[in-house]
Design a protein around this ligand. Sequence first.
Ligand code: HSE
Length: 344
Amino acid sequence: MANKTIYRLMLNGFGAVGQGFAQILRDQGERIAQREGVELQIVAVATRSRGCVYNPAGIAPAALLDAIQTGSLRDLEGARDCDPAELIASVEADVLVEASPTNLQTAEPATSYIRAALERGWHVVTANKGPTALRYTELKALADQKGVFFGIEGTVMSGTPSIRLALEALAGCEISELRGIVNGTTNYMLTQMEQGRTYDDVLAEAQRLGYAETDPTGDVEGHDAAGKALILANVLLNAGLTLDAVECSGITKITPEAVTEAAAAGERWKLIARVWREGEQVRAQVAATRLPVSHPLAGVAGVTNALCITTDLLGDVTLIGAGAGSVATGFALVSDILALHRLS
Ligand code: HSE
């Protein structure tokens, strides 16, 4: 296709999500360019401990992925010794692809990176739950003021389009409740524990597969799901809640015996997030729950997530799909850039 639009990307963070994004560009970049009329060109990558690199001519995703296997980006052409904030302040790019580790307590340093990029007039797409859960209103207002795009699709259900479904396809409906399975790690663990495997063994595997957070405590104690419940409440229901308003418990007390006992009763444990309107208020809760195996959410296995959205005009709309993983979340970042391209 002639006249492709080029988007110069600065990737912040090159862990599982950043690498999944680079894999997609390496393996599917040509197809996406032909089909969508966009060229997604990585010009800068920042990490906090594995070096930074800037090359205005573009950095091949394959070269980045090869380099990171050595543990560092420092041998690449254009390698720099600086931190992400310095790179955002000094390079020329169009989009910040923010994929640094999540902090649900402070939302930092990612919020500062996003703010700095928006201030520079860059679009921002992010899979980072901290800034989205705690600072969405402020960051979206800044993006609107600057006339740029702020995409957050990857923050809930990875690349499965939950945010876009609710904000765009369901625009015009009144959403009264959302409930579902929004943490892939714990759903994977609970499913594997039903096969008789131990908690520690399956947690280690979920980490190896790139599902878990950098600190997996956030997954198993329910905080990751609480952050996502907060995003659903604040972005979709305009609730203005803070994290401490989300009643939260995780799966740390679910023993193999508890899993067996539930199975004997024809039930399964699931970590269920729920956000709902109650009068003028919005409430949010995350809790391990025993569901009958006949319940639609009980059949959602492994790293798969599900979200049931209750609306006035359509009744319940249920979305089932990938909830975590490097390529699944990397895809969310690609889909946000394509969404911003379609708006341009
Ligand atoms: N740790 C998260 C999960 C990653 O397991 O769902 C996706 O947000």
